[in-house]
Ligand binder design. Structure first.
Ligand code: PGA
Length: 264
């Protein structure tokens, strides 16, 4: 491993929780995790757009970073219904999730639109959390790794090495996400993280290996530690199992323990 870095743990709240509920959740999570040194843990929560002002007001972002679930690539214009990077920045949001599989499946996000959004996020000095992952069909047809390689290469097209500090990647196999999802086996996730790491090294021989890669897709209290033990896993991106503060706190503590032991 390269230089020591904190374990990344975060959650996308999807279309759950009103602003009030988000505030309550964040207050509880911040209090429960306050004693964990942030040199060891970087925690982030990605609520709905309408909860962002309340979220930013509620938390100390040194303890819990707040992110947005999407962004448009232009700063302003006749784009009814879209949210610009300037608007997010104006709220104090410095992290943007891009290309989640639900966006790709239901809302027309493609590798190319994700690429444009990455550029917009970087242009404004924000951090991009780029989600990639193969579908069940791609896996079955034996093109899962090709798909991952293409997603990463297109998303990072035009990103200079100097901007890599603003990039995190989440590996989220589409077949593993959500209620019908089956979590990936930890060794499989590790192997796919290795594929992503390899592309990053090809694109950026000097610093590509330092880009954090998180695993997401049906992470729960029972399997979180198995992912944390894998050498290529730099963090976990959790949905359902993180939406109750006490349970997420428990998961964070268990995961951090294993993660530290595995890296001694
Ligand atoms: P899940 O969601 O943990 O509920 O499967 C993961 C995700 O969509 O990022």
């Amino acid at each position: 491993m390269g230089k020591p870095r904190p374990l990344l743990m975060g959650s996308n709240l999807k279309m759950y929780k009103t602003a009030g509920q988000t505030k309550e959740y964040l207050a509880a999570l911040q209090e429960l995790t306050a004693d964990i040194p942030r040199t060891e843990l970087q925690l982030f929560i990605i609520p709905s757009f309408t909860s962002l002002p309340a979220a930013v007001e509620q938390v100390d972002q040194d303890l819990i970073r707040i992110g947005a679930q999407n962004v448009f690539w232009e700063d302003q214009g006749a784009w009814t219904g879209e949210i610009s990077p300037l608007m997010l920045k104006d709220l104090g949001v410095g992290l943007v999730e891009l290309g989640h599989s639900e966006r790709r499946e239901h809302f027309g996000d493609t590798d190319l639109t994700v690429q444009r959004k990455v550029q917009a996020v970087l242009r404004h000095g924000m951090h991009a959390l780029i989600c990639v992952g193969e579908t069940a069909q791609e896996k079955e047809l034996g093109v899962g790794t090709e798909r991952l390689r293409a997603q990463v290469k297109i998303a990072l097209h035009g990103v200079p090495e100097g901007a890599l500090d603003q990039i995190w990647i989440a590996y989220e196999p589409v077949w593993a996400i959500g209620e019908k999802g089956v979590p990936a086996e930890a060794p499989y996730a590790n192997e796919m993280h290795g594929v992503i790491r390899q592309v990053l090294k090809e694109l950026y021989p000097n610093r590509g290996a330092d880009v954090p890669i998180l695993y997401g897709g049906s992470v729960n209290l029972d399997n979180a530690e198995s992912f944390a033990a894998q050498p290529e896993v730099d963090g976990l991106f959790v949905g359902r199992s993180a939406w109750e503060a006490a349970r997420f706190n428990e998961m964070i503590r268990r995961t951090l323990k294993v993660w530290k032991e595995a890296r001694r």
